[in-house]
Unconditional design. Structure first.
Length: 401
């Protein structure tokens, strides 16, 4: 008999701004260890029972290099027997860490895993790894690589999304996020204190409570110069039917650059009973996929369809959905492909446009946000899905216990 993989808890830090943000001074190891301590203290956890720690991180260099999973666990004072590792599935890393944990538990070979992710984007900027996908010309040219912002504008151009469509989605993200903050809906968020016990951050810094359509419409296109430097031409080589790429994504309708971390505790029913942990949800299915690497951001719908097939479900069976708002067009494309006519059950508490996208952590963050809201609304089934660099997509379906 296959073991079920249960989620016992999911917690996260607030998301801090990249520029002059409250979390800038904290190293990734320290930030992650603070979250580990919060998790183990919250549940009076005997950490010797933990079989593995799996941490997603997209820029695993500098402060984020080596093995944050093991280093942070040691720094947090967890038992010396606790192993750890670091993985990178780009923007899907935090969710992939959870999915791997679920696979380990379902195999029966391990019983309790702490999974999640981190990204300190103020300390280790995007592109710091100098990976060949973008920085080795013979590779990037062969693969028709363009930056993700060009891919987002390409989606908007192909699907016919106007700047106003994107800005309206962004405004709704801001309004929903601020409303959720006021109503204290982010139960999974743990305040972060410095070494002297002084509060550093207890809210998502990137939310703009006074955001308006006028503000959003005044922002300049973020990727126009980049496109005119040659990337538009590369994209049109792959998509020759596109006569012109409309550069409609801005800093206001794209995800924010922030610092943040998240941890999700996954284990077997037997282990939960043994150490006094009550499961909150069961992981019904997980899936990854890959689509065209040039347009890059179209993975959420096919990954979702794959996960639905594994779970023997339809999209109508899903009560709440978290689609990562890497760019506004990603969400609109997902809705179109999944034949969803409204945002009524999508990102109901806002998303990464409002709160930011700490690359390696976001998938686990979204899972905790989803679980909190399922419980708040007394709903049963939820989906998390993200677009992933290289054209990939990832999805996870959970069901409340």
């Amino acid at each position: 008999m296959i073991n079920q993989a249960y989620i016992f808890d999911s917690i996260r830090t607030p998301r801090g701004k990249r520029k002059n943000g409250a979390l800038n001074e904290i190293t990734p190891t320290d930030l992650l260890s603070k979250l580990m301590l919060s998790l183990s203290e919250k549940h009076n956890l005997d950490t010797s029972q933990i079989d593995d720690v799996i941490i997603g991180c997209v820029m695993p260099v500098g402060d984020q290099g080596a093995n944050l999973g093991k280093t942070a666990a040691q720094y947090a004072g967890w038992d010396i027997d606790v192993p750890g590792m670091q993985i990178n599935r780009c923007c899907g890393s935090g969710l992939e860490a959870v999915n791997i944990a679920a696979m380990k538990v379902r195999s029966g070979w391990e019983e309790l895993i702490i999974a999640g992710g981190i990204e300190s984007m103020s300390r280790v900027p995007m592109g710091s790894d100098l990976g060949s996908m973008a920085f080795e010309p013979k590779v990037s040219l062969n693969n028709n690589y363009v930056p993700q912002g060009i891919g987002a504008d390409l989606i908007a151009s192909i699907d016919g999304y106007a700047r106003k469509d994107l800005d309206e989605l962004a405004l709704q993200s801001q309004k929903r996020a601020f409303d959720a903050y006021k109503k204290k809906k982010f139960k999974s968020m743990i305040p972060i204190f410095d070494q002297n016990g002084i509060l550093l951050l207890d809210r998502d810094e990137h939310i703009r409570k006074d955001c308006s359509l006028q503000d959003l419409s005044s922002l300049s296109p973020a990727f126009e110069k980049m496109g005119h430097s040659g990337f538009d031409a590369l994209a049109k080589e792959k998509y020759p039917d596109v006569e012109h790429i409309d550069h409609v994504h801005t800093a206001g309708n794209s995800s924010g650059i922030v610092d943040g971390a998240s941890l999700t505790m996954v284990g077997s029913e037997l282990t939960g009973e043994k150490i006094g942990l009550k499961p909150r949800a069961v992981i019904r299915s997980v899936a990854t996929c890959s689509t065209d690497p040039t347009i890059m951001l179209t993975g959420p719908a096919p990954a979702t369809l794959k996960a639905l097939k594994i779970a023997k479900m339809k999209i109508s069976d899903i009560d709440l959905i978290e689609v990562n708002e890497a760019f506004a067009a990603v969400v609109l494309r997902f809705m179109n492909e999944m034949k969803l006519n409204s945002l009524d059950k999508i990102n109901v508490n806002g998303g990464s446009i409002a709160m930011g996208h700490p690359l390696g952590a976001t998938g686990s963050i979204l899972l905790g946000t989803l679980l909190d809201e399922l419980e708040s609304r007394d709903k049963a089934v939820g989906l998390v899905t993200l677009c992933v660099a290289g054209g990939m997509g990832i999805a996870t379906i959970i069901e409340r216990i």
